[in-house]
Design a protein around this ligand. Structure first.
Ligand SMILES: Nc1ncnc2c1ncn2[C@@H]1O[C@H](COP(=O)(O)OP(=O)(O)OP(=O)(O)O)[C@@H](O)[C@H]1O
Length: 546
């Protein structure tokens, strides 16, 4: 979205208000200038100021204050609505984004986009100042042209020249700021490595030195250099702008009278006008770096917007088919990168999951089991193939709604701090109590009933058992577990394969498990072996075959 359309799109009257507010403020400023100059003239000619002028002056200020206050209040409300709106729309986009686009984008760019949304909150104020300054300058120039056409022309010429130089220099500075923002993105990436891999970093001096010295510090040093360079250039631009104005002021007072015949009142009027334009001019100068940072921020937000692709709009009220007899995938093809033939390809000519069966997916590392799980969970959309529910072909959208029938525990499952599933965590929940006991979580699972959440400070094995318990509380007919037992001790692992799976089946669950535990392959009804993205073989176990 274009920087100027951003606010208008969210609030129709945005620019009308902006202009009204600026007009009031700038006309007041110009009014003050006129009143002061005419007062000086009155004092010079009559030795006193007219009482009506003084009254009109204070009335002007008073009424302008009241109207400005009203508009300012309105602007503040509107600005906050809009900027928080931008932040919420980024969150909404993330919520609806496909997992593939989310995976490609990475956390750091999302964090950066959210902080960019905050930068945009300064935009209305900066624009008000700009319009304000512009109107003040135009009115003051008109006044100058009125008093002395030639001097007004000279002043206008100087101003245009100054701004042209400033804008030319600004272009180069903005490039450096863009680089700073790129460095910021990579910085967030390294920061994430540090925070997520803190333990590994903490225990290795070499790793710690390399991460800090070669990546984090190097990134910050580069960023500091560029930022300092850009800030110095901006500061220099501002200083030269202000000092050129002082030189101009000196020229009016000391040099102009040498070449032109000017009456003292004209000089006073000129000096007041020039002084009066100083602040608006510096506002215009300040606007340029702000505008550059707004543009960069908005480009980033737009980029995130285009990169986060929506593959399925979520509709909470959509009906989900709870009853199913079979789920069949036919001639499914999925590739991480369709443009690169060397990228991993998953190709399943046929794979069926039947109601209440215990299905094991096995195979070596990188054979495609997790890729299939992501596809099964509707996180990856196959580029080709058909999906059947109860032998009826369904669209991808319909399948994604069906996915709501599945609970999953991923290999690196994240235990949420809050009870987003709104499970009943009270002592009266029989399923919770029964499963806590069954999964050897008595004394381990701590429920904070007052905060309506469970404690997540647990060992990895315990966390996985809690995750399984929470998945069961979802009461969904299909349970998908990716290498769930990998972190369990022998007692829990054995109980899982030999007792809990049967118990889950008796509860009506269909269970799909990715596993490397060869000793327990016999616990499945069916074992499907993956190799290089395809099903190598499929074996029915005796217990079902009989
Ligand atoms: N996000 C990704 N982008 C590109 N390639 C990927 C991505 N994730 C996995 N792959 C590739 O896909 C292939 C299959 O990976 P997958 O995670 O499905 O294997 P797996 O059978 O689950 O292995 P493991 O037993 O080690 O968990 C691997 O060669 C991997 O390099």
């Amino acid at each position: 979205m274009n920087i100027f359309r951003l606010f208008q799109a969210r609030s129709k009257g945005f620019y009308a208000f902006l202009i009204c507010l600026s007009l009031i403020s700038s006309l007041t400023n110009v009014g003050i200038l006129l009143f002061i100059n005419s007062a000086i003239r009155s004092v010079a000619s009559q030795g006193m100021v007219e009482i009506q002028s003084a009254v009109a002056f204070f009335l002007l200020i008073g009424s302008s204050f009241l109207v400005s206050f009203f508009f300012q209040k309105y602007m503040v409300d509107m600005t906050n609505d809009i900027t928080y709106g931008i932040e919420l729309s980024i969150l909404e986009k993330i919520r609806h984004a496909s997992y593939e686009s989310f995976e490609k984008l990475g956390y750091e760019k999302i964090y950066a986009a959210i902080s960019d949304a905050r930068i945009l909150s300064r935009m209305p104020t900066v624009f008000i100042n700009l319009i304000n300054s512009f109107i003040t300058i135009v009115c003051t120039l008109a006044y100058l042209f009125y008093t002395s056409f030639f001097s007004g022309l000279v002043l206008l010429g100087i101003m245009i020249a100054l701004l042209a130089i400033y804008m030319y220099r600004d272009k180069h500075i903005a490039k450096n700021l863009e680089k700073v923002r790129d460095l910021q993105d990579t910085y967030y990436g390294y920061l994430r490595e540090l925070l997520q891999g803190f333990r590994q970093v903490r225990v290795s001096l070499n790793r710690s030195h390399t991460l800090f010295d070669r990546y984090l510090f190097a990134n910050r040093t580069e960023s500091r250099k560029l930022n300092t360079k850009a800030s110095r250039q901006y500061a220099f631009n501002e200083l030269t702008g202000v000092y050129s104005w002082y030189i101009l002021l000196g020229s009016i007072v000391f040099i102009l009278p040498v070449f032109m015949k000017m009456d003292p009142m004209q000089i006073v009027g000129f000096v007041t006008a020039v002084l009066f334009m100083m602040s608006p001019l510096s506002q215009i100068i300040i606007f340029l770096p702000s505008y550059a940072s707004f543009k960069i921020a908005l480009n980033r937000i737009n980029k995130i917007d285009s990169q986060l692709q929506v593959n399925l709009p979520l509709k909470p009220a959509d009906p989900v088919a709870v009853q199913f007899e079979s789920l069949r995938f036919e001639n499914i093809k999925y590739s991480y990168d369709t443009t690169d033939p060397r990228s991993f390809h998953l190709h399943l000519s046929e794979l069926t999951i039947s109601k209440q069966e215990i299905l094991f997916l096995i195979g070596g590392n990188g054979s495609g089991k997790t890729t299939f799980i992501n596809l099964l969970m509707g996180l990856y959309q196959p580029q080709q193939g058909k999906i059947f529910i109860d032998e009826k072909e369904v669209s991808w959208e319909a399948y994604c709604r069906f996915v709501n029938n599945m609970s999953v525990v991923f290999t690196n499952q994240y235990l949420f701090r809050e009870n987003y599933d709104q499970h009943d965590l009270s002592a009266n929940n029989t399923l919770l109590n029964q499963m806590t006991q069954q999964f050897n979580l008595t004394g381990v699972l701590k429920v904070h009933t007052d905060e309506n959440r469970v404690d997540t400070n647990l060992s990895r094995g315990q966390q996985k058992r809690v995750a399984l318990l929470l998945a069961l509380l979802e009461e969904k007919p299909i349970i998908v577990l990716d290498e769930w037992a990998a972190e369990q001790d022998t007692i829990n692992k054995d109980a899982f394969y030999t007792e809990w799976l049967e118990l889950l089946r008796r509860m009506g669950k269909t269970i799909v498990i990715v596993t490397h535990d060869d000793d327990y392959f016999s616990c499945a009804d069916r074992v499907i072996k993956f190799k290089a993205g395809s099903i190598m073989n499929e074996r029915m176990n005796d217990k079902v075959a009989n």
